[in-house]
Every structure is written in C-alpha cells, then in structure tokens.
Design a protein around this ligand. Structure first.
Ligand code: GRF
Length: 207
C-alpha cells in the first residue's frame, strides 16, 4: 500500500504528535506527516513539528468570522498537501459539520478516558482526570475513535485501560493515561494506514 498523507491538529504540548512522528520515523506507521496545524500560537507541538522540518501552521481564530470559515482555511491547508487522514492529537476546538463531512471516516481523535464514560462537552484535559478521581472509579483509560458530528461519539477503534491507585491525584492519572495514549494512537494510525480498519455501522472491525 502507498504511504498515507497525514495532517495533525493540535492545541498543546503535542506528546501524542511526538508519538506519531517517532513511529513514522521507525517505519511502524506507513504514512507521512505533511502538516501540523494549531489553534494556539504557543503550542509546543508546533516546535516539535518544526524540529522535524514538518510544515507547522498557527491558525488564528480571531481572523475568521466563524468556526466554519476557520475550518475552511484548515481544509485548504490540508488539501494543498493532499492530506488523506486527519489526526486530532489534543485539538481543543469542536470541528464544524462541513469539516467532518469533507473528511468523513478519515478523522481520528484520541480521548483520555474509556468512552462513553467521562467524555462529551467540557471533558477535556485535566478535567477528565479530575472527574475520574472524584467519581472514584478504579479503572480508566484511553480511547481512539473516528470523529462524527457528536462530541466523542464516533465509532471506537481502540481502547486500553489504566488502574487507579487509592492515592492517585488527577495529575498521576493523567500521566498513567498519557503513557497508554502514546502506544494506542500510533497503533490505530498504523492500522488505518495499512488499510486494516473496516466500519460496520458504528462497529470497527480490525483485520
Ligand atoms: C491528551 O490527553 C489527549 O488524549 C487529549 O488531549 C491531550 C493532549 O496531550 N485529547 P498532548 O498535547 O498530546 O501532550
């Protein structure tokens, strides 16, 4: 199979982006990162991309009338580079319907909990792990899923678990889950690039 052109959207530190960069470098992922786009100017993920000579772009929301307009600008950058797969690696904005339709079943997101728990509106970053600790669950984890028009509702590709110890703080849980994310996201991207993911309704069949 030919190598897949990848675009990565970020808003922050980009440790998940780094896991994709590293796994493309080793050849584990049969893909090539064409561009990294951030909606935050000082996102460290942009520096990670620059260090690898990957095109890195800050898209400034204040320059656009609406999310739709901003998303059109992002799509243009992706189209210019023939991007076939979009990875949301800590991208904080909700994508517009137009974006999701354009890249239907070609957008992958990583969420730091076991969906359908601790997900949806307002569940992002450390808030997820605070809610997990406050609820007192014993197990949490990470989920990689396709993006549909809902928030964190798309078909699930992979999940993995982390156990919570009695004295874990939200920050401790975050670190445990991040470790899982850095294995899970590259694995899902590899499966996608190898053409091994099939959709049956909202069920994902891995070949
Ligand atoms: C991760 O926990 C990811 O699951 C969530 O946002 C965080 C991004 O972390 N969507 P990083 O920027 O990849 O370090």
């Amino acid at each position: 199979m030919s190598s897949v052109n990848i675009g990565v959207l970020i808003s922050g530190g980009g440790t998940n982006l780094q896991s994709i960069i590293d796994n493309v470098d080793t050849g584990y992922i049969n893909g090539s990162i064409k561009v990294v786009i951030s909606n935050k100017e000082n996102a460290y993920g942009l520096v990670r991309a620059e260090k690898k000579g990957i095109d890195s772009i800050f898209i400034d929301k204040s320059k656009y009338q609406s999310t739709e307009d901003m998303d059109k600008a992002i799509i243009k950058e992706l189209q210019d580079r023939d991007v076939e797969l979009v990875i949301l690696a800590g991208y904080i904005n909700i994508l517009s319907e137009g974006f999701i339709e354009y890249y239907q079943n070609r957008i992958i997101n990583i969420h730091p909990s076991l969906i359908p728990s601790f997900c949806g509106k307002g569940f992002y970053g450390i808030r997820v792990h605070r809610a997990v600790v406050d609820y007192g669950v014993k197990v949490t984890g990470a989920t990689v899923h396709f993006v549909d028009k809902g928030t964190d509702t798309g078909a699930i590709i992979l999940q993995d678990t982390a156990y919570i110890s009695p004295n874990d703080t939200p920050e401790d849980v975050q670190q445990k889950v991040l470790k899982i994310e850095h294995r899970l996201l590259p694995k899902a991207v590899k499966l996608y690039c190898d053409g091994k993911i099939k959709l049956d309704g909202r069920k994902v069949i891995l070949e």
